[in-house]
Design a protein around this ligand. Structure first.
Ligand SMILES: Cc1cc2nc3c(=O)[nH]c(=O)nc-3n(C[C@H](O)[C@H](O)[C@H](O)COP(=O)(O)O)c2cc1C
Length: 365
């Protein structure tokens, strides 16, 4: 039995956002747990000239203000994505705005990007980069627009101008369901225009080694929309895709009151839908645009499924709530076993193995 098995019932008695705030406080205290990361060359990933010590990352939304980057890396995550940050601080939607369906290992949130704004975020990142030695791992910065912004590109440009020099990678979040109009950017023309402006700003902000630019999509895209976005991704020069954000779906088996809450659904119920989107994007891009895969991962087998569907890296959020702070270590440990079972010596060999493209490659070998 892990210490989290004892703590979980207490956590689950608390209002979800209170439990989260308490977790952030505990992580910032000297009592925060630390686990020796699993160091194995089979788990290392090099992408965009960045070295990921392992493929398991913390997803955006957990650490919106970049306040616990070091403690999360010390739990054994290979990378952490912080944000979503907006230029101005904002409160987000009225509380309560986070809900759990415990038997189904699911969460619904309609937070609406509450965060301390760009200045707090930058201060926290500077404090992190002053830590010597810097904890091992990659730090991605996830950016979004303020709720009252009518011209999204203005906010994204401002954030890129300030944050590109501090980022190992940058994520353009256009897929949260809780900011009105945000998901409308998931169309060819608005996306091409936005990315064009962001790439220009990135070039101005970083003359040397500009951070790769990723875009995060929702799972609620039709196949036609996915096809259109793949074209835009390739034509615009986006370096990677994050698949997926939360879903607006409400499967029948969810608890009745829970299912009625507005917002994005995450955890186990989004798992298969996300995996299908990852597989489709991998096949349509012919494996040429790296994918970070997430949605309902809480075990090594579920992470491996995303990798075999085409993800080069994976992330977790809701799984951390249900499985606790050893999740990165446990997933990595299980991935090593799964790789061995399948006769792979390196994680990169498994990427896309369960897609039409992967099967063709295997056949040809
Ligand atoms: C409470 C909560 C807040 C979130 N906030 C953000 C956010 O600010 N930015 C973002 O890109 N994704 C956010 N997400 C989405 C997650 O990063 C992830 O894409 C989604 O939850 C699916 O993964 P999971 O099933 O492992 O949670 C949030 C998710 C949850 C549960």
């Amino acid at each position: 039995m892990s210490p989290y098995d004892l703590l979980r019932p207490l956590f689950f008695k608390m209002e979800p956002e209170k439990a989260h705030d308490l977790t952030l406080k505990a992580l910032q205290s000297p009592l925060a747990p630390r686990y020796a990361a699993i160091k194995d060359p089979a788990l290392q990933v090099t992408l965009w000239d960045r070295r990921f010590p392992n493929p398991v990352g913390l997803a955006a939304g957990f650490d919106k203000n970049a306040a616990v980057v070091a403690p999360m890396l010390r739990l054994g995550f290979g990378f952490v994505e912080v944000g979503t940050v907006t230029p101005k601080p904002q409160e987000g939607n009225p509380k309560p705005r986070v809900f759990r369906d415990i038997p189904n290992e699911a969460v619904i949130n309609r937070m609406g990007f509450p965060n301390g704004g760009l200045n707090v975020f930058k201060d926290n990142l500077s404090k992190f980069s002053d830590i010597k030695p810097r904890p091992n791992g990659v730090v991605g910065l996830n950016i979004g627009m303020n709720k009252d912004q009518k011209e999204p590109a203005k906010d994204y440009r401002l954030l890129v101008q300030h944050l590109a020099p501090m980022a190992d990678y940058l994520t353009i979040n256009i897929s949260s369901p809780n900011t009105p109009g945000l998901r409308d950017l998931q169309k060819r023309e608005p996306l091409m225009d936005l990315i064009g402006q962001v790439i220009e700003e990135r070039g101005r902000a970083c003359k040397i080694d500009p951070p790769p630019l990723l875009v995060k999509f929702a799972p609620d895209l039709t196949e036609e929309q996915q096809g259109e976005l793949v074209g835009a991704v390739i034509d615009s020069g986006i370096d990677g895709i994050i698949l997926t954000n939360t879903t607006l779906d409400r499967p029948d088996y969810l608890d009745g009151d829970f299912a009625l809450e507005k917002g994005g659904l995450s955890g186990a119920p989004v798992r298969d839908k996300s995996t299908a989107v990852i597989r489709n994007f991998y096949e349509l891009t012919k494996g040429n645009v790296p994918i970070i895969g997430l949605g309902g991962i809480s075990s090594g087998a579920e992470a491996y499924e995303k990798i075999k569907a085409g993800a080069s890296l994976v992330q977790v959020y809701t799984g951390l709530i249900y499985k606790g702070p050893t999740i990165a270590r446990d997933i990595n440990q299980d991935l090593l076993t799964l790789l061995k079972q399948d006769g792979y010596s390196q994680i990169s060999e498994a990427v896309g193995a369960d897609t039409k493209l992967g099967k063709k490659k295997k056949h040809a070998a």
